[in-house]
Design a protein around this ligand. Structure first.
Ligand code: PGA
Length: 250
């Protein structure tokens, strides 16, 4: 059985007290309920240490990490710095990093390698733009993102990763992929994993959907056969909304 995962991506939101309060309410709820999924929060790096130290029932990850271990990279945080404070998961390849910070596929590949070396769980994000969807080539686009930055991993390392499919046109726009569109992409990703690795590895890889997932649409999206959870932006900032999404897997 594949692991079900619901992960919050807070992006550049919340002040410290708000962040701590939100995280505590999620951590407590996960403690009190037996949800059928693992819960992660990807929090702003400035809060990582305090939030890691105060989370007992959920996993806390970083939204970014630099591939080099040390050096003159003003403003950056290395994967081994993340690991040293106990943050054991990282988002890599989010479309906002690809687009707004010009992160190349080669650079993402280096980040993947650095995270794996530090035993940090990689949540690798992929997804096509609206133009790419309309061109009809969206499956090729997404599979090539995976080939260029993730599929070089040996099987024992690939098995530790999670994939998040996030169509760019659905992120923060209020437009979601239909459950059928999302499930079809997830199936295509699974087929690609099966070819590169094996059918058994493909069957055991968790593939999350992200992009305007909210309490109203979570149930239908997250119950599709090849969708193993969600990467949630906006709706992860409100306790009640995020908990409703998590409880899809009660
Ligand atoms: P959204 O963001 O849920 O606000 O669309 C998802 C993401 O970017 O991970």
């Amino acid at each position: 059985m594949r692991k079900k995962i619901v992960a919050g991506n807070w992006k550049m939101n919340l002040l410290l007290d708000e962040a701590e309060k939100l995280n505590k309410s999620i951590d407590d709820a996960v403690n009190q309920n037996s949800f059928g999924c693992e819960v992660y929060n990807f929090v702003p790096s400035i809060y990582l240490k305090s939030i890691v130290d105060n989370s007992k029932n959920i996993h806390i990850g970083a939204q970014n990490g630099h591939p080099e271990k040390v050096g003159a990279f003003t403003g950056e945080i290395s994967m081994n710095q993340l690991s040293a404070i106990g943050s054991k998961a990282v988002l890599i390849g989010h479309s906002e990093r690809r687009q707004l910070f010009n992160e190349s596929e080669a650079f993402l590949k280096e980040k993947v390698n650095a995270a794996i070396e530090e035993d940090i769980k990689v949540f690798f994000c992929c997804g096509e733009s609206l133009e790419q969807r309309e061109s009809g080539k969206y499956i090729e686009v997404v599979i090539s993102q995976l080939k260029n930055s993730l599929f070089h991993l040996p099987v024992e390392d690939f098995q530790k990763t999670v994939i998040a499919y996030e169509p760019i046109w659905a992120i923060g726009t209020g437009k979601t992929a239909s459950p059928e569109q999302a499930n079809a992409m997830h199936k295509a990703i699974r087929e690609a994993i099966s070819k590169v690795y094996s059918p058994a590895i493909a069957e055991s890889t968790s593939i999350l959907y992200g992009g305007s997932c909210n309490p109203a649409n979570a149930k239908t999206l997250l119950s599709q056969s090849d969708i193993d959870g969600g990467l949630i932006g906006g709706a992860s900032l409100k306790t009640e909304d995020f908990l409703t999404i998590i409880s899809t897997y009660k």
